[in-house]
Design a protein around this ligand. Sequence first.
Ligand code: SF4
Ligand code: SF4
Length: 705
Amino acid sequence: MSARTLYRFNGGVHPPEHKSESSGTAIVAGPLPAQLVLPLRQSIGNAAKPLVAVGERVLKGQMIAAADGSVSAALHAPTSGTVLAIEERLVAHPSGLTEASVVIDSDGLDAWCERTPFDWRAAQAASDGRAIRDYLRDMGVVGLGGAVFPSHLKLAGRDVLDTLIINGAECEPYITCDDRLMRERAADIVAGVEIVRQLLSAREVLIGIEDNKSEAVAALRCAIAEAGAAVDVVVVPTLYPSGGAKQLIKLLTNIEVPSGVRSTDLGVQCFNVATVYTIYRALEHAEPVISRVVTLTGNVARPGNVEALIGTPLADLMAFAGEQPGTREHIYGGPMMGFALPGLEAGLTKAGNCIIATAPADFPDKGREMPCIRCGECASACPAELQPMDLYWFARSREFGRAQERNLFDCIECGACAYVCPSSIRLVDYYRFAKSEIWAAEANKKAADKARERHEFKQFREEREKREKAERLAARQAAAAKPATTADAVNPAAADNAEAKAAKIRAAMARAAERKAAGGEAGSDAQAADAMDAEKRAKIAAAMEKAAARKAHLESLQAGEAPAAEAIDEAKAEKIRAAMEAAALRKAARDAAKVEAGTEPVGDAAAIDDAKAAKIRAAMEAAAQRKAHRESLQAAAPVVDAVPAAPAPALDPEKAERIRAAMQKREEEKARLAAMSPEERAALDAERQARIDAAKARAAAKGGQ
Ligand code: SF4
Ligand code: SF4
C-alpha cells in the first residue's frame, strides 16, 4: 500500500456495499441483440449528427453519426446490420422522454468495417495534439464514469499538468464494472494511463482505488511494474462518495477545487479508469467506443459484469442476467446517484455503468416524506459542504435564484444527504428539479435573446437596404441632372439664348392670337389677312421646329450620343419640306403684294419659283440617294452588338406638346391632301388660284385708285 498522505473531504456516508454479488465473476460478452437502439446524444453537449440513412447497411465500428461541434462525440455502429429507423425513441432518463435515435437491425454477422491504424505518436510530434483530440472525438470517446464528458476536451489546453489522477475508486454500492476491468485488463489500463500522461505532459500520475478492491490494486500494481511505468496506485478508504472527482482530488492532493474553478486551473486532471482503457483501444487498436462493461445486479439470477454493445435494449440485458420475478423497478446507475428507468425498451448508453433490478427485500420503501426538522444531518453528510436543507426549501418554494446563490450547481447529486435524512425527504429529486428548471429558463432566455437578435438584425438590414436604395436613387438623379447642369454651366449664353427665343415665339403667338381675336378687317381684306396669318403661323411653326431640333441636337450631344444618320436625314427632309411650304406661302404673299403694287409680272415669278422648287426636289433626291448608299454600306458591314443608347433628356413638356400638336396638324393636312381624288385636288387648286386671282384683282384695283 502506498505511504502517501491522504486528506479527508467533508461528510461522506457508508451505505451497504452490495458489491460482492457482482464482482466475483469475470466480465462476459453481452448478447448480440436483434435490434440496437442508439440515442444520438451519448455525451454532455450536442447530440451527434446522423451520417446514415434508413435502409443503409452498416458495418461494426462504422461511424453512423458525427460529432456536432466541439462539445460532442461521434457514434458508431456496434454491430453490422441495416439502419431500420432514425426516430424518437425512449431513452434511459428519469424524464421518460424520447430522443432521436438510430435503430439498427442486426444481421448477426457482427462484421467489422475496415479499421485504419492511427499513428498517434507521429500525430503528437507533428502537432500540438489537435489531431489526436479530433481522432478521439471521432472515435466517440467520452467519460465512462457516468458524466460522459467528451474526453478530447479534457486533453486540451495545458502545456504541463502537475497531477493526473485516474479514478478507480468506484465508490457507489452495487457497481463493480471498474473493479472487474482493473482486475482483468490492468495492462491495457496502464497503457492508456501512459498515453494520457504523455498527451498531458503530466509530472505525476496517481490511481486512486478504494480499499475494498484489493484484487484490482494488485493487478494494477503488477501491470505497472511490468510496464515500468511511473504510476502510483493509491488506496483510499471506502467512504461514499470518494469517487467524486473533487473528493478524490482532495483525498489524494489536499487540493480543494472551489466553486466555478476547473481542476486543471489548479494543475490537476481526472480520468476514469474505463475511459483511459477506451482511449488506449482507440489509439492503439483503432476501436471506437461501441461497447462498455456494465454491472447487472439486484434481483437477477446471474449478477455480474457484461461487456455489452452500446444500444443493446435494457430488457435484453436483464433477460441475459436472468431477472427474477418480483422486481419493483430498475435503477440505471447506482442506488445513490442512479434513477428509476421509465422502461426497458431504451438502449444501453455509454453512461450506463449499472442496472439494478430492485426487490423489496433490498430496497425497502422509504416511506412518506415528513417535514424537515432542520436537524442538520444532511449538511454533515454533504461532501460539497453545502446546506442541503436550504437548497431543499428554495427548490420547493421555486426560489431558484436563491438556490443558485447557495451553490446549487456545486451539488454532485451524490444522495448522501437524502441517505441520512430522518424525514425521508427525496432531497436529490428537489435539486434535480431546481436545476432542470434553471436550465430550462436559461434555454428560454437564450432562445429569446437569439430571437431578439434576429429581429434586431432584420430591422437593421431593412433600414440599411432602405438607406442604400435612397442613396442609389439620389446618385442616379444626380447623374441624370449633371449633363444639363454642366452644359448650362459651360455655355450659359446658349441656354439663355434658347430661352429668349422661346419667349419671343411665345410673345409672337400671343400677339397673333390677340389680333385674330380682335376680328381683323372685314370684307376683301380678310383673305389677305388670313394669308398673312398663315404665313406667320408657318414661320412660327418652322421656328419652333428649328428650336426643338437644335435643342434635341444639343441635348443628344450633351448626353454623349451621336444622332442616328437616319434621324438626321429625316429631320433635314422635314426641315426642307417645312422651308418649302413656308417659302411658298411667303412667295404667295409677296406676289399678292407685288400684284397689288403692279411692280412685277406674276408669270415670271411663278417660273422662277418652279425652277427653285425643281432645284430643291433635285437636292432632296440626291440626299435620298446618299442615304440609300449609306444604308447599303451599313448593311454590308459586319454586325456588332448594339449598344443601348442612354435615354435623351426630356424636352420641356409644354414645348414638346406644342411641337407634337403642330406636327400632328401638318400630318393631318398631308393625309387629307393625299386622300383627295385628282378631281378634288384640281378643285382645291382652282379655288386657291381663284383666291390668288382675286387678291391680284384687289391689288390692281387698289393700284388704279
Ligand atoms: S436531514 Fe432532512 S430533516 Fe434534517 S435538516 Fe436535512 S433535510 Fe431537514
Ligand atoms: S446530493 Fe448534493 S446536497 Fe446532497 S449531499 Fe450530495 S452534494 Fe450535498
